[in-house]
Write a protein that binds this ligand. Structure first.
Ligand code: TYM
Length: 343
């Protein structure tokens, strides 16, 4: 079976972008592939964060995975920091990662610009190396992510090839290994729709956990009234009718896309239904569709959170499954890089 891995950071609130760009697609993939889904808590410390919130946010994110339909009898669900190999492989990989590759990362440039020099930890720069470890440890074939992770996936592929060339093949065989490639080179799976959900307050910037205004996003756990309020206040325009793909109407395109995704309709159906509407007619329609879709997820979320033993069990089992695979890759890397074996 081909293998799929992916993860979400446990910072703040999980929103529609995370759902349509990633989590919702995992649910379909778990029926076909060998899947591992992690909560990337180690990635969440790369910007200043609240120690009182991290473990809560981690459990809550795990519960959201399950509430959205990730099934622990099919997928391994675990917390990144519970599998030590992630950090260990990161060190080994960082020795082969050119610093120039990291300096080019768009997310690093954006986030470090906002934070200011004294506040940028080294981990913000080396973050993609940890992400590469998350993926390469599991010999993953596919990585379902939103558009904004594409560049990190490219770096992961380049790094896998670089390590394979430097340490794999005959050189590894001479050291007593099996030879051949050390890492499988993974491919991103970016959904045709939903890969880039935009902000509710600005159709040109993406919906994001770190945006200061909560009005800019719909969180999976937002109560009904808040959803209604956010949609009522979201940015629109004064063109007649509603349409997709008009570059002068980014907000319109985004809201129609969200409606299409959340209602499960086709683009043509949405065009037929909405092209002659005004915002006053469309907004309640979108609000109801959002509430109808998110409400059952929220009910399941509450159930899962109220049974902490169950969630802990899922995460413990997930970490055991993951560590088995991860440790075997990690041992291969140590061997191929020429380290003395611990007896
Ligand atoms: P994160 O936590 O920022 O986002 C989690 C997932 O949600 C997607 N996403 C979006 N998709 C569509 N529209 C949006 N507005 C939007 N915002 C976020 C992201 O593309 C991502 O798929 N570095 C990663 C987490 C990570 C990871 C990994 C992912 C760490 N290691 C290994 C895959 C494999 C991140 O910070 O995602």
């Amino acid at each position: 079976k081909k293998r799929v891995v992916s993860g979400v950071q446990p910072t703040g609130s999980i929103h529609l972008g995370n759902y349509f760009g990633a989590i919702k697609n995992w649910v379909a993939l778990q029926n076909v592939y060998d899947t591992l889904f992690f909560i990337v808590d180690l990635h969440a410390i790369t910007l200043p964060y609240d120690t009182q919130q991290l473990s809560k946010a981690t459990r809550s994110t795990a519960a959201i995975y399950l509430a959205c339909g990730v099934d622990p009898s099919k997928a391994s669900v675990f917390v990144q920091s519970h599998v030590r190999a992630h950090v260990e492989l990161m060190w080994l990989l960082s020795s082969t990662t050119p610093i120039g590759w990291l300096n080019k990362m768009i997310q690093f440039k954006e986030k470090s610009r906002k934070a200011g020099d004294e506040e940028v930890g080294v981990a913000l720069l080396t973050y993609p190396v940890l992400m590469a470890s998350d993926i390469l440890l599991y010999q993953s074939d596919f990585v379902p992510v939103g558009e904004d992770q594409k560049q990190h996936l490219e770096l992961t592929r380049d790094l896998a090839e670089r390590v394979n060339n430097l340490y794999g093949g005959r050189k590894w065989k001479k050291l007593g290994g099996r030879g051949g490639t050390i890492f499988k080179v993974p491919e991103p799976l970016i959904p045709p729709a939903g890969a880039r959900i935009m902000s509710l307050t600005d159709g040109l910037s993406k919906m994001s956990k770190s945006a200061p205004s909560d009005q800019s996003r719909i969180n999976i756990l937002d109560p009904k009234d808040l959803i209604a309020n956010k949609i009522k206040r979201c940015k629109t325009d004064s063109f007649p009718g509603l349409e997709f793909d008009n570059s002068e109407r980014p907000e319109c395109n985004n809201l129609l896309s969200i409606y299409q995704l959340i209602s499960g309709k086709t683009k043509e159906e949405v065009v037929q239904e909405c092209q002659n509407m005004n915002w006053g007619a469309f907004k309640p329609l979108l609000t109801d569709a959002l509430i109808d879709h998110l409400h059952p997820i929220q009910v399941r979320y509450e159930e899962i959170m109220s049974d902490s033993g169950y969630l802990d069990g899922v995460l413990a089992q997930g970490a055991r499954n993951a560590a088995d695979i991860a440790d075997s890759t990690l041992n291969n890397v140590y061997q191929a890089m020429g380290f003395l074996k611990r007896l």
